[in-house]
Design a protein around this ligand. Structure first.
Ligand SMILES: Cc1cc2nc3c(=O)[nH]c(=O)nc-3n(C[C@H](O)[C@H](O)[C@H](O)COP(=O)(O)OP(=O)(O)OC[C@H]3O[C@@H](n4cnc5c(N)ncnc54)[C@H](O)[C@@H]3O)c2cc1C
Length: 447
């Protein structure tokens, strides 16, 4: 495809080898599909011009945020890739709302809101993801047991539909589009702007790492603290040790001096063994992955394949499922820099219609974040098979995917994933982005 075929736009059109090569890779480094060209839009009008042009010619288009998908979700074979990070920053705080361009990274959102003493209620563990990229999957973190997902804090979206129409939607206006875009895998339109609810930001964070030798004791304490909401943030990690596994409950209390967390009240009833704690500035806690990222980049493993899997498990299956998975997991399955996360969220906090979790009071986010091999494709293929097996097993028990995975999902898988919410998504997709041209890397086609 040549740049000349596109109508004039204010942004850049890139066809060079280096740009196409970046656009055909992602965090997963497992799928590599090459676009025909890359557009760096300079405005919403550019996005609309490209989408109208592509729709008229039957060309596929993908939006790309930070490119941190694990399995080609933001790639497009032979079509047009829209680099959303090129939209000019338009970041405004008004009252307890912030309005941002969808290509903004969550760190940049914080840099906008913190001077006002405000913050989005839920942040991802890693702040270099874009607003558009996480809103199409949900956006989850340690505050989800209080505030739901990032999509639950969205009050308004500006969306360019697959047909190239610029619409502003919310719970009160074009609600079908609003509901189909949040958690909807970018199937109905490209988000260009989002308005998010904010809450007061604390000054500091006290973080405890509580260690357990027993999986049931760890799960029981996680249930307790998520139910009573005593901490502001709760996550958990499963850590390989010489003779098996150790479990770490990560709990954080935010505060602003002269107030301070009451450690006895917070930890007194919990059944952990060893513990560690640290006290940091609030932003430093939120940005805690920055040092690790720099180290992994320096040693190279940041760029290795990442066959990551994120599942939601029902509460009554979590102990057995996790114990069985751990028994079959060693360094070959996880990789030297791999991680296993496990924490519960309260289902009554999750309000986004397309955000699918198992029924019940609690759902458990279980994430085997595997590190693959840079030079052994067969090994990576085996890790993908493990993902498929675990996903099937979880589904058989009523589990769901948290939808950003190294998994070859089919349309049928997505139909089952969305369950009762599927017909509305399919209707909205047919109405706003007919022809299955938008974000084809999600492998979701509707008739
Ligand atoms: C190191 C790391 C840590 C992570 N931590 C968390 C975490 O704590 N919590 C969590 O919830 N997730 C986490 N994730 C997963 C992450 O949220 C998803 O993979 C997310 O989709 C990536 O966002 P991105 O900006 O990189 O988007 P991309 O990978 O560029 O795109 C993701 C999908 O969104 C589409 N898209 C992108 N922008 C737009 C837009 N503006 N409009 C419409 N569609 C769009 C793309 O086409 C693609 O289908 C993590 C991922 C990594 C690599």
């Amino acid at each position: 495809m040549t740049a000349e075929i596109l109508p004039a736009i204010a942004g850049e059109i890139l066809t060079g080898e280096a740009d196409l090569s970046v656009a055909s890779s992602d965090w997963g480094n497992l799928v590599h599909t090459r676009p025909g060209l890359v557009v760096r839009p300079a405005s919403v009008t550019d996005v609309a011009v490209v989408l109208r042009f592509a729709a008229a010619r039957g060309l596929p288009v993908a939006a790309r945020g930070a490119g941190h998908s694990p399995y080609g979700q933001g790639q497009v074979e032979g079509g047009i890739l829209l680099d959303m990070t090129s939209l000019p920053p338009r970041r405004v705080v008004r009252g307890d709302l912030v309005s941002v361009d969808a290509g903004a990274r969550w760190r940049e959102v914080l840099e906008t809101t913190l001077p006002y003493g405000l913050v989005p209620p839920v942040l991802t563990d890693y702040l270099e993801l874009t607003v558009g990229g996480t809103l199409v999957v949900g956006g989850i973190g340690g505050a989800a047991h209080h505030h739901g997902t990032q999509t639950d804090s969205v009050v308004e979206l500006e969306v360019v539909t697959g047909a190239g129409e610029v619409l502003t939607c919310s719970r009160d206006s074009d609600k079908d589009l609003f509901d189909a875009v949040l958690g909807g895998l970018g199937q109905c339109g490209v988000i260009t702007r989002a308005t998010l609810r904010l809450i007061p930001a604390p000054a500091r964070a006290r973080r405890w790492k509580l260690y357990y030798d027993s999986l049931p004791a760890f799960l029981a304490d996680q249930r307790t603290v998520v139910r009573d909401g005593r901490f502001d943030y709760v996550e958990g990690q499963l850590i390989p040790v010489d003779d098996g596994w150790r479990y770490m409950l990560e709990a954080v209390a935010y505060y602003t001096p002269p107030d301070a967390p009451d450690e006895d009240a917070l930890l007194g009833s919990l059944d952990f063994g060893e513990s560690e704690d640290e006290d940091t500035m609030y932003f430093d806690f939120l940005n805690r992955m920055a040092d690790g990222e720099a180290a992994l980049r320096a040693e190279g493993s940041w760029f290795h394949p990442h066959p990551w899997l994120n599942l939601f498990l029902p509460d009554d299956t979590v102990e057995h499922f996790v114990a069985e998975t751990l028994a079959a997991t060693g360094e070959p399955e996880l990789g030297a820099t791999g991680l296993l996360l496990l924490y519960p969220v309260r289902n009554d906090r999750l309000k986004t219609p397309l955000f699918s979790v198992p029924p019940g009071e609690l759902s458990w986010l279980f994430c085997p974040l595997r590190a693959g091999s840079p030079d052994d494709p067969l090994h990576n293929a085996r890790l993908l098979e493990l993902n498929v097996d675990l996903y099937r097993k979880a589904r058989g028990l009523g589990g769901k995917a948290y939808p950003t995975n190294a998994l070859p999902m089919s349309t049928e898988d997505w139909r089952a994933h969305f369950g009762p919410a599927w017909p509305k998504l399919a209707e909205a997709k047919a109405r706003y982005a007919p022809g299955n041209l938008l974000n084809p890397g999600q492998r979701l086609r509707s008739p």
